[in-house]
Design a protein around this ligand. Structure first.
Ligand SMILES: [Zn+2]
Ligand SMILES: [Zn+2]
Length: 219
């Protein structure tokens, strides 16, 4: 039987080399863009080459390196940009913005919609649902396709975990989120992180359980 999976394209964007994912249904050509952290023209030209209709522009969290190009994409693609409510409040409108401004990032574009745990975003035959995994930031989330793919942002990397020391962050809360909400997913779930910091670009929940030293230390 043919495998029933969305297609995933990875584009490394922006000054901090964020993994921006274009996820789409190869039949309907509907898709979403996750973490447009920069280089909007690079993302737009790939979307055009693939002939996609982008339904949503999604941020795993409100750090500017993950959402800086959301405003440009929204204008060009006529798709809404959505972020977890807690990060929209803290980083786009609140005190969390200043650190990214001081690092030379422009202010975050305001989200068209905010979401919370359990929200879902559909494209073609597929959808991604929101798993709220606070700790790297208050509104950090992972996007899960309900079967195989898990986009983990800066919460879980291949062989590492996110920082907990940025404004609004809490390392122990992040480790609890990983343990209680991510490690409970099927072992074969593919982990697609927000940066390629590991020995390979993607991993699985089972491999991270066995090999990730930060998880080993915490369990
Ligand atoms: Zn981050
Ligand atoms: Zn990041």
């Amino acid at each position: 039987m043919e495998e029933y999976l969305p297609q995933v394209e990875t584009l490394v964007v922006g000054p901090l080399a964020v993994c921006c994912y274009v996820v789409y249904d190869p039949e309907s050509r509907e898709g979403v863009v996750i973490d447009p952290g920069g280089d909007p023209e690079k993302i737009l030209s790939r979307v055009a080459e693939l002939g996609l209709k982008i339904k949503w522009i999604l941020g795993t969290h409100g750090h500017a390196d993950h959402v800086s190009a959301a405003g440009d994409l929204r204008r060009s693609l006529s798709a809404p940009y959505a972020l977890h409510r807690a990060d929209e409040d803290f980083f786009t409108r609140g005190e969390g913005a200043s650190i990214f401004l001081s690092w030379g990032f422009p202010p975050n574009p305001p989200a068209d919609e905010t979401f919370e745990e359990g929200a879902s975003f559909s494209f073609g035959r597929f959808s991604l649902s929101v798993i709220h995994t606070p700790g790297h930031s208050p509104g950090s989330v992972c996007f899960y396709d309900g079967g195989k793919l898990l986009f983990t942002g800066d919460t879980l990397f291949v062989g590492a975990v996110g920082r907990g020391d940025l404004p609004g962050g809490d390392y122990f809360q992040m480790m609890r989120s990983i343990r209680e909400k991510l490690l409970v997913l099927p072992e074969e779930t593919v982990v697609l992180p927000g940066h390629d910091y590991g020995s390979r670009p993607t991993s699985t929940i089972g491999r991270e359980k066995r090999e990730n030293p930060f998880i080993q230390e915490f369990l």
